[in-house]
Design a protein. Structure first.
Length: 364
């Protein structure tokens, strides 16, 4: 049987609180919510019809090209589905929420099988919580949890049945199963899935992460203080640099900047600028954190390793880690130190190197 998929996508998605329609929000895999929701049906459907806001039709077409048909959506979900149904040519139609991008092949397959066997298929999950009905913040009815289900999409039907029901329907209905129940017969439930959740509010969306790496080396020089992670370390030499030459904080800053796609500290704070001569690297880290915040990110974790033969740094690690954790706004920093067993620049006790890795999370 030929299968059509209808995706009502003309809503504004304002409850998510994004600057644009939530269906265009990028998920961690790099696809928009709408792309992922629609592409799940490519292996099953002969046609996919998206009812879009007329102002967004071209943007929707640009996402899919000829793989979908786009029709003007209505002011309500019911109107959008009704319009799309008139364009459907398949014997079976699956109506799916644009904001459910994590629908699985198993759910789609079970829905289609239910339609073929029973005439309809509504993915559903039994509720694990007691459901109460309330008005004005007062409980009016305890529904319990026995025989209470959470309905999902896609909701499947024989196309002519659903089309006829929508032609008879007046006003707004909760979903397609409600229209079908009102004008055809009680629909049949099939297996839903917990991951097939609807993305409504910002908290429903999976966070997006970014990883950054930073590395720096500085040579020892007489007559300078040795500063690591903002902590002064007793030693007969410090590190050479235009600023305080805090090699560890420099590596951290470069990791942060790489994670948000900005130029490294040499770009942000050039050593040709006298304003940065002798400046504390912890002050520069504050400015880098402002860049991170402007990019809509926050630090999720930070780890770093110091490479030094001398001085011995083990006893200073807790103070350094605490200092860096406070600076980037996390509870703790993973910090370690190693020697290079006498090898190379560090092994000859000519300087210190540091490597840092950060994980940033999108705010929201």
């Amino acid at each position: 049987m030929r299968i059509s998929v209808v995706i009502p996508a003309a809503g504004k998605g304002r409850r998510a609180g994004f600057s644009e329609n939530k269906i265009f929000h990028l998920l961690p895999d790099g696809r928009t919510v709408l792309e992922r929701a629609a592409s799940a049906f490519f292996p099953f459907a002969e046609e996919i019809i998206i009812a879009a806001d007329p102002a967004e039709e071209e943007r929707v077409r640009a996402l899919f090209g000829s793989r979908v048909r786009v029709v003007p959506g209505g002011k309500t979900r019911t109107d959008s589905v009704r319009r799309a149904l008139e364009a459907a040519t398949g014997e079976i139609v699956l109506v799916h929420d644009a904001a459910r991008p994590y629908v699985s092949e198993a759910v789609i397959r079970d829905c289609i099988a239910s339609v073929k066997k029973y005439g309809s298929g509504i993915p559903a999950l039994p509720t694990a919580d007691t459901v109460w009905r309330a008005k004005d913040e007062k409980i009016t009815e305890i529904c319990g949890k026995e025989n209470i289900y959470i309905l999902q999409t896609p909701q499947g039907f024989y196309t002519e049945d659903l089309r006829r029901a929508y032609r008879l329907a007046k006003g707004e209905y909760a979903d397609d199963s409600a229209v079908y129940a009102a004008f055809c017969r009680p629909p049949r439930l099939c297996a839903g899935a917990a991951e097939n959740r609807k993305l409504t509010f910002a908290a429903d969306f999976p966070p997006r992460y970014a990883v950054g790496e930073g590395f720096d080396c500085h040579a020892f020089a007489a007559g300078r203080k040795l500063v690591l992670g903002g902590v002064e370390i007793p030693h007969d030499r410090g590190l050479l640099g235009h600023s305080d030459a805090d090699v560890l904080t420099h590596a951290v800053m470069d990791a942060l900047l790489s994670a948000v796609g900005e130029g490294d500290i040499g770009v942000q704070f050039p050593d040709t600028d006298p304003a940065y001569r002798g400046i504390s690297s912890m002050l520069l880290l504050e400015r880098v954190m402002q860049i991170v915040a402007r990019k809509g990110r926050r630090v999720e974790s930070l780890s770093a390793v110091l490479m030094a033969e001398k001085p011995k740094l083990k006893n200073f690690l807790p103070a350094i880690a605490e200092n860096l954790a406070a600076a980037v706004g996390i509870p703790y920093v993973g910090l370690s130190v190693t020697t290079l067993e006498g090898l190379g620049f560090v092994g000859r006790e000519e300087g210190i190197c540091a490597r840092a890795s950060v994980l940033l999370r999108e705010n929201g």
